[in-house]
Design a protein around this ligand. Structure first.
Ligand SMILES: Cc1cc2nc3c(=O)[nH]c(=O)nc-3n(C[C@H](O)[C@H](O)[C@H](O)COP(=O)(O)OP(=O)(O)OC[C@H]3O[C@@H](n4cnc5c(N)ncnc54)[C@H](O)[C@@H]3O)c2cc1C
Length: 511
């Protein structure tokens, strides 16, 4: 994939900015070396690669404040990067400029066992918090994202988890934040309204202003600290696996809705066979072998409780739902295989997401959106039709690759007690192959209008003009979008913070 050339006419400006940054953080934490910058120019998506001009790694809120203030004065764009694990070009600097790598700020500042909360910096991963929380009988939510991604950035980005039906999305677990605004001013929200962190959690006072930073992909400033809720770790956990015929997506929706409404599982998901195999397989070769043994549609539920009795009650509820909906359990052997291959106990990582991508093509074109449970069956069918058209292999040599018949697979996760759900449809075109990129972009061009037109909502509108969700959805948003643009003008008049995201213009005067 070609990387857009650096703007050398801006050389003097960046030489001065680099000196300024070195004064703030020290020389060793600033670089304009192209071989380092290129690492920040792309991600796992099909978005066009674009390089920043400088990367800087701050170590404190004060340093971030000074950096943003400097960038604002010089009109230089700033793209925040916490672990870069987003899968839609969110950290690809649309206008070059400064890449603000927050990974040095990786400290758990406090873990409050009594009040079940944790105070973290942006570089702290889900895995790091999980290990510390578990020692105290607590858990963060189980990320569907890899354990190596930033918990703060994922929460800020409305992360969806395996326990989202029960505990909501990432933003529902935020208790307070410290945010550096585009001009360097520091804003404190919620329980961090004063420097001393207490258990008081207020949204507001008055309207919840902190809401505009959630899901905003850094366009209004940089979050340097967050207090997030933790939850009790259940003592008892078990898995239940059910199976459905290939086309019985209505049956899937009915079963998941009933389970979600009854709130009798910690998590419940429907995986297609290929998705499940990629998560379970220890290596690429065995993924196809495992897939061949799986039912086409698999519902996996984790249930349990504080006591063995509670777990039994949950199981009785689930058995009742299985009976009422006429749902079949998966073959015993499949459950055994799942337990053998996946570190399921304490349900930290059922889907080994990072290997899933790395084992295939290294690229991950995903479409994930919210849709009413009633509509999920038709939507999934329509989407698979498009996937077959765009990805079904016509190349005989591709027959060796895993899942050659269609490089697309999906999962369904009920949310909000089954009123709605998230449908994630993933494709694995190869970024390194022109044909793979062509097919991926053709798929995006058809799938995004189809999803928007059929009532699907991209609540995290990732991506740029090439394959992004926002560019299609935005015109449908009317006044909502105009208000967003107005807020951007107000908070970041020089358009320095992650310009070009959320379908807003990238150029300096664009907002
Ligand atoms: C294979 C794979 C599967 C995944 N599956 C899921 C899933 O099912 N559900 C899910 O929720 N997530 C999933 N994710 C992860 C999810 O995409 C990321 O966690 C999330 O987008 C944030 O990524 P990050 O934490 O690395 O942040 P980054 O990628 O660093 O940043 C994300 C966005 O936020 C901005 N940003 C970063 N840091 C800050 C900050 N401190 N302040 C303000 N803005 C900031 C960035 O500019 C960018 O626009 C998956 C990721 C991978 C790689």
């Amino acid at each position: 994939m070609a990387v857009r050339k650096l703007d050398t006419t801006a050389g003097d400006l960046y030489r001065e900015v680099k000196k300024g940054l070195e004064k703030i953080v020290g020389e060793e934490w600033v670089s304009d070396n192209p071989t380092i910058l290129i690492g920040y120019s792309r991600d796992q998506s099909l978005e066009t690669a674009r390089s920043p001009n400088i990367v800087v790694l701050p170590d404190s809120t004060e340093q971030v404040s000074e950096i943003l203030s400097l960038a604002n004065q010089r009109g230089v764009a700033v793209t925040p990067w916490s672990t870069g694990g987003n899968t839609g070009g969110g950290c690809i600097p649309q206008r070059g400029g400064i890449l603000l790598d927050m990974s040095r700020m990786d400290r758990i500042l406090e873990l409050d066992e009594e009040n079940m909360s944790v105070r973290i910096q942006p570089g702290v991963t889900f895995g790091k918090v999980y290990v510390e929380a578990e020692k105290r009988g607590l858990r963060n939510v189980c990320p569907s994202a890899p354990a190596s991604v930033s918990m703060l950035a994922n929460y800020l980005d409305k992360g969806v988890f395996q326990v989202s039906n029960k505990y909501g999305v990432g933003t529902d677990s935020i208790l307070g934040m410290v945010i550096v605004q585009p001009d360097g001013t520091v804003l404190r929200t919620g329980c961090l309204f004063q420097d001393s962190y207490g258990s008081v959690c207020v949204e507001g006072p008055g309207p919840d202003i902190s809401g505009i930073f959630q899901g905003s992909m850094g366009i209004f400033g940089v979050c340097t600290e967050m207090v997030a809720q933790l939850y009790p770790l259940p003592e008892f956990e078990e898995i239940l696996a059910a199976q459905f015929e290939e086309d019985d997506l209505e049956g899937v929706a009915e079963f998941l809705r009933e389970v979600a409404r009854a709130d009798c599982s910690f998590e419940s998901l429907l995986f297609q066979d290929a998705y499940m195999a990629m998560g379970m397989a220890p290596n690429q070769e065995s993924a196809e072998v495992i897939r061949a043994q799986l039912p086409r549609q698999n519902a996996i539920l984790f249930y349990g409780g504080e006591t063995a009795e509670e777990m039994e009650i949950r199981r009785e509820q689930l058995d009742g739902i299985l009976e009422r909906t006429g749902t079949e359990l998966a073959p015993e052997g499949m459950l055994e295989l799942l337990k053998e291959l996946v570190p399921w106990k304490r349900v930290f990582k059922i889907i080994q997401v990072t290997p899933r991508v790395e084992r295939l093509t290294g690229c991950f074109e995903l479409f994930w959106f919210n849709i009413a449970m009633d509509e999920v069956a038709d939507m999934a069918r329509g989407f698979m039709k498009l996937a077959r058209k765009n990805f079904a292999s016509t190349d005989p040599e591709a027959a060796d690759r895993p899942f050659p018949y269609e490089e697309t697979t999906f999962y369904i996760q009920p949310l909000e007690f089954g009123r709605t759900c998230m449908l994630e449809m993933d494709a694995y075109p190869n970024q390194g192959e022109p044909e793979g990129v062509k097919r991926g972009l053709a798929m995006a061009a058809e799938a995004i209008p189809f999803i928007c037109g059929a009532g699907g909502l991209f609540d995290r509108p990732y991506g740029g003009v090439d394959s992004g969700f926002g560019w299609v959805q935005t015109p449908m948003l009317g006044n909502y979008y105009e208000l967003l643009r107005g807020l951007k003008r107000l908070i970041d008049p020089s358009n320095t913070m992650n310009p070009g995201r959320l379908a807003l213009p990238a150029d300096p005067a664009g907002v």
